[in-house]
Design a protein around this ligand. Structure first.
Ligand SMILES: O=C1O[C@H](COP(=O)(O)O)[C@@H](O)[C@H](O)[C@H]1O
Length: 289
């Protein structure tokens, strides 16, 4: 069994993954802000109170469009640092930045995903170009369930209410993939977390890779994103990429998302990470969209 999801492959001569993924992010930003591709993620269906029948008529969303993006931590942040900071066409002040997962450590810990993004990205932007950032409540890091619930509430506010919007829809969700196949803080063999259907955010209390306690977006939320983009580099990732592409039946979290979001998934990988993959590669010469 092989996966049919195309790989968007960053050719070395096009300056590598950081450049290519930056072009992709900016193209997605521009389509979201100036195109018509985004479904109204914040719309609330009108309710006819006399019959309590929910109609499909939607209120027109008159709010200025924002680019709603979720970031992972880890190696992705360095890629963004190298690719995005030098660009002038990143409209940072129109970005709403959320996190795909967070490690429950203080923000000044080197292990904090928000802390890393802050130091390597947000702190380096001019004051008038900062995005709006939605991070966890640092005071709740000792209570994973509370922290997850609180972050879910943050999402609910950002994407209207949970009853009317069954799932939030990020314009772009950026994922790394660890050598064990975990994405965000969704780990292989964490069945209950991987099967979660209702919650948008869940606690993780026994992560096999430190820090042990985390919170993470769930698979349905990740797969509902308008665009899910993986960024994976280095020979250390070659075996896991082979498993994802050639053995989806193994059910790694990365494979579940790769299949679940299918046509909305893109992969940005370098030659080293792709080295072991033997399925037919669809190579796209990457052009600015
Ligand atoms: O623990 C985590 O690991 C993954 C993968 O990190 P990488 O450094 O191998 O790219 C990361 O995406 C996630 O946000 C993080 O919490």
């Amino acid at each position: 069994m092989t996966t049919t999801v195309p790989i968007i492959y960053s050719f070395k001569e096009l300056n590598g993954v950081a450049e290519a993924v930056s072009d992709h992010i900016i193209a997605t930003q521009n389509r979201t802000l100036f195109g018509d591709i985004r479904k109204d993620s914040g719309d609330v269906p009108a309710t006819n109170e006399s019959t309590t029948k929910v109609t499909t008529k939607k209120k027109k969303d008159t709010r200025p469009k924002r680019f709603k993006i979720a970031l992972s931590g880890g190696s992705l942040i360095q890629v963004l640092n190298e690719g995005l900071l030098k660009r002038e066409d990143v409209l940072w002040d129109k970005w709403d930045v959320y996190f795909a997962d967070e490690r429950l450590v203080p923000f000044d810990s080197p292990e904090s995903n928000y802390g890393l993004a802050k130091r390597k990205l947000f702190d380096l932007l001019p004051e008038d170009k900062k995005p709006t950032i939605y991070h966890i409540d640092e005071s709740l890091i000792n209570d994973p369930q509370e922290c997850a619930d609180s972050y879910e509430k943050t999402l609910i506010k950002g994407f209207a209410n949970k009853d009317s919007v069954k799932l939030p829809m990020f314009d772009l969700l950026l994922l790394g993939c660890a050598p064990d196949g975990h994405i965000a803080s969704l780990f292989p063999n964490h069945g209950e977390t991987l099967r979660e259907k209702y919650a948008w955010v869940v606690p993780v209390e026994n992560a096999p890779v430190g820090p042990k306690t985390r919170i993470t977006l769930t698979i349905p939320v990740i797969c509902h994103s308008h665009q899910v983009t993986f960024v994976v580099e280095g020979a250390v990732k070659a075996p896991v990429l082979k498993t994802i592409m050639e053995r989806p039946e193994k059910g790694l979290p990365s494979s579940i998302v790769n299949e679940g979001a299918a046509s909305r998934v893109a992969w940005f990988v370098d030659d080293e990470a792709l080295n072991d993959v033997s399925v037919t590669k669809k190579k796209y010469k990457f052009l600015v969209e």
